[in-house]
Design a protein around this ligand. Structure first.
Ligand code: ADP
Ligand code: MG
Length: 238
């Protein structure tokens, strides 16, 4: 752990349009580079809202969201799109893969959208294609499927493609929203181990959301969002 701040939230308040009450309020929270954070709490407590704020999909009405040294609430929507492509690997509940592209193209596309990710691979002297293949091998997706449309894959297989797409080019932050909710226990544990190993190798920080508190022990840090929207921060097992 380098001790360098990767996420810093301050006096954050966010309400969705036409909502009287904020969906999320966090006084202060900070995550260091390389740390792995588990965000949990009951349905509707604001977990996905927090991820939308971290990814710059939405901006708070009040307070600061600093990611990798950048105050993202100060950026325009177009600048935030650019910032997200460079700095944040996203794995959503619905994996948002492009149905008309094959497995490999879905992954390498993340580098087409980000000069920073492409540059990281160039520094390591690997092509996007060879890195996509390496990640798929690590994630144990059979090679016979790599040229197939993502729509022909099972949910568990699509999830691995989504993870490879998030990881390629080693963005500083990986964000995953309930990625294990469709998996049985054994696949869930295996998936978590792979995600941990890969984020560790790329040096990325991980923000992982789940309503399943039993996954908590896999993580360095925990952020509990109770339904009253009062966040409490605790130190995990490190
Ligand atoms: N796009 C949206 N527009 C309006 N309200 C939303 C939107 N997304 C979430 N909300 C509301 O914000 C609150 C928090 O939701 P969410 O962040 O999705 O919770 P969680 O992910 O913890 O289940 C809920 O009351 C939800 O109805
Ligand atoms: Mg959610």
């Amino acid at each position: 752990m380098s001790g360098k701040s990767i996420i810093a939230l301050n006096q954050l308040s966010f309400a969705w349009p036409k909502q009287a009450k904020p969906a999320l309020q966090i006084d202060a929270f900070q995550l260091n580079a390389g740390e792995r954070l588990f965000v949990y709490g009951p349905s509707g407590c604001g977990k996905s809202t927090l991820l939308s704020l971290l990814a710059g999909v939405v901006v708070p009405q009040a307070g600061q969201v600093e990611i990798a040294g950048q105050r993202i609430e100060r950026l325009s929507a177009a600048q935030r799109d650019h910032f997200r492509a460079d700095n944040i690997g996203l794995v959503f509940q619905q994996f948002n893969l492009l149905p008309y592209l094959n497995v490999l193209d879905n992954i390498t596309l993340a580098c087409d959208f980000s000069r920073q990710r492409a540059a990281t691979l160039k520094t390591r002297q690997v092509s996007a294609l060879s890195e996509a293949k390496r990640l798929l091998s690590r994630l144990l997706l059979p090679e016979a499927l790599w040229q197939h449309s993502v729509m022909s894959l099972s949910i568990g297989q699509q999830q691995r493609v989504a993870v490879a797409r998030a990881l390629i080019g080693a963005p500083p932050v990986i964000i995953a929203d309930e990625p294990t909710s469709a998996l049985d226990h054994q696949s869930r544990d295996q998936f978590l181990q792979l995600l941990m190993a890969e984020t560790q190798d790329s040096g990325s920080s991980l923000v992982f959301v789940s309503h399943d508190e039993s996954l908590k022990d896999h993580f360095d840090r925990h952020l509990h969002l109770p339904s009253l929207n009062q966040a409490t921060v605790s130190q995990g097992g490190l």
